[in-house]
Design a protein around this ligand. Structure first.
Ligand code: AMP
Ligand code: ZN
Length: 434
């Protein structure tokens, strides 16, 4: 079901006209109110009046995470502090946090796009939505919460943690939708198994999963284990939070990016050149309506592509293909570029393996090594050691064949890798400590 039929089905021409008007207004706003942007415009020799078509977007300079850090905490805000009603900060594990501020209208926009997103996943006002994204500075919890409330659903603001208790809550409150990271969904499912709760017997039918990369194979695994539709949601704090783009249940193929609020481009991450529609590269987003901290051509570092072909659901907004990785978490192993998701896809095709895995990168005698630690399921674990060893060898061979890189695969006991309540930590790069 469409939440906002008019906006979600705007013909492309009207959508582009709206985008241009909003882009022009955005440029005027940041030029007048944010010294950082005024300086950037001046350095590029342009003024807001030069933006006469959407194509002129190319004239504008990029904004990067480092810019937000340099102006920590509030230097890029475009409205007086008095108009900011909420602050969030991204969970970044390195460097200074990135702080974002929302006006009342920003929160309304966020609730609108998050509600559209839930609706696209098949959630409606009759649903009970269990939100197990972390609440707090992280945008996941409150973002999903705002959307579910705006939709008129019943919200269970569970946040992360107390996993077994959450499994009981899912059963007792009869939630029909679950919002969390895909890795935490599996963690919850395991806790349910241990507590004798089979998710397939519960009313739960929709998962709204995002905030970390995952694969089509992991989707199938989750859907089969939990008996639900596992839907992909995309967002980032700098741009808004969850609900920037969302898959629709009709096609389950690509995430509609809400183009009346967010203007996407795909660039070559090395040269910064804009790539033609359909090509894979780094996603760049311009926030068309955001007031608190508007962003011009923000480099997300997420690698994906844009699909402008019509969708069978009737929504006209472009679809973002599943995120293939980040330009900054791409591993370079002896010169070969490897994305964790490529490895995940191969692991998940093997019977008996779970999606709980970790990649340990090291440098031994000046040579990069990659060890893949992956947990097996209980059934496989009970098998003879010889069988396990031959499986390790087979996976190593497949990875070598498909990705061209030699690895060491280590099958691990069920439940031996650390679980995360939010985003899973997939990579341990020991080279960075050397
Ligand atoms: P944060 O600002 O902490 O919410 O982190 C945002 C980042 O999480 C994005 O830039 C992506 O790298 C990642 N992310 C969010 N949603 C997804 C998704 N559905 N698939 C893959 N990565 C995602
Ligand atoms: Zn669709």
């Amino acid at each position: 079901m469409l939440f906002n039929i008019r906006q979600e089905t705007l013909p492309r021409e009207d959508l582009e006209a709206l985008q241009l008007r909003r882009l022009q207004d955005l440029c005027a706003r940041v030029y007048a109110n944010v010294p950082f942007y005024r300086k950037r415009f001046e350095e590029s020799g342009i003024t807001p009046a030069d933006i006469k078509s959407l194509d002129n977007l190319k004239l504008l300079p990029f904004t990067e995470k480092q810019d937000l850090r340099n102006y920590y905490p509030f230097g890029l805000f475009a409205v007086p502090r008095d108009n900011i009603v909420r602050l969030h900060a991204s969970s970044g594990t390195t460097g200074k946090a990135v702080v974002v501020g929302y006006t009342q209208r920003d929160l309304e926009t966020w609730a609108e796009v998050a509600a559209r997103s839930l609706a696209a996943a098949g959630v409606n006002h009759t649903d009970t939505v269990h939100v197990a994204y972390g609440y707090g500075l992280f945008t996941g919890g409150l973002g999903a919460h705002g959307g579910a409330e705006h939709l008129g659903a019943t919200v269970v603001p569970a946040s992360g943690g107390s996993t077994r208790r959450q499994a009981y809550l899912l059963r007792d409150f009869g939630a029909t939708a679950l919002c969390c990271t895909p890795s935490y969904a599996l963690h919850l499912w395991e806790a349910g198994q241990e507590a004798g709760i089979d998710f397939r017997d519960l009313p739960l039918r929709t998962g709204v999963f995002g905030a970390e990369p995952w694969t089509e194979e992991m989707r199938q695994d989750i859907e089969q284990k939990m008996g639900i539709n596992a839907m992909n949601i995309y967002g980032l704090s700098e741009v808004m939070g969850p609900g920037v783009a969302m898959e629709c249940l009709d096609a389950k193929c690509g995430m509609h990016l809400w183009e009346d609020h967010f203007l996407p481009e795909i660039i070559d991450p090395v040269t910064g050149e804009v790539l033609p529609a359909g090509e894979t590269g780094e996603l760049v987003i311009t926030t068309l309506t955001k007031e608190g901290i508007p962003l011009i051509r923000y480099r997300t570092r997420d690698i994906t592509s844009l699909d402008y072909t019509p969708c069978r659901c009737g929504r006209t907004h472009v679809r973002l293909t599943r995120i293939k990785g980040r330009s900054d978490d791409m591993l370079i192993i002896r010169g070969v570029n490897v994305f964790p998701q490529q490895i995940e896809s191969i692991l998940m095709e093997s019977e008996g393996l779970t999606p709980n895995y970790q990649l340990v990168v090291d440098r031994v005698h000046n040579l990069d090594t990659l060890e893949i630690q992956v947990e097996v399921d209980e059934a496989l674990f009970a098998d003879e050691i010889r069988k396990l060893q031959s499986l390790e060898g087979r996976i190593q061979k497949t990875i070598k064949e498909f990705l061209g890189v030699s690895t060491k695969v280590r099958l691990m006991e069920p439940h031996s890798l650390e679980r995360s309540e939010g985003k899973a930590k997939r990579i341990i790069d020991k080279r960075l400590e050397k």
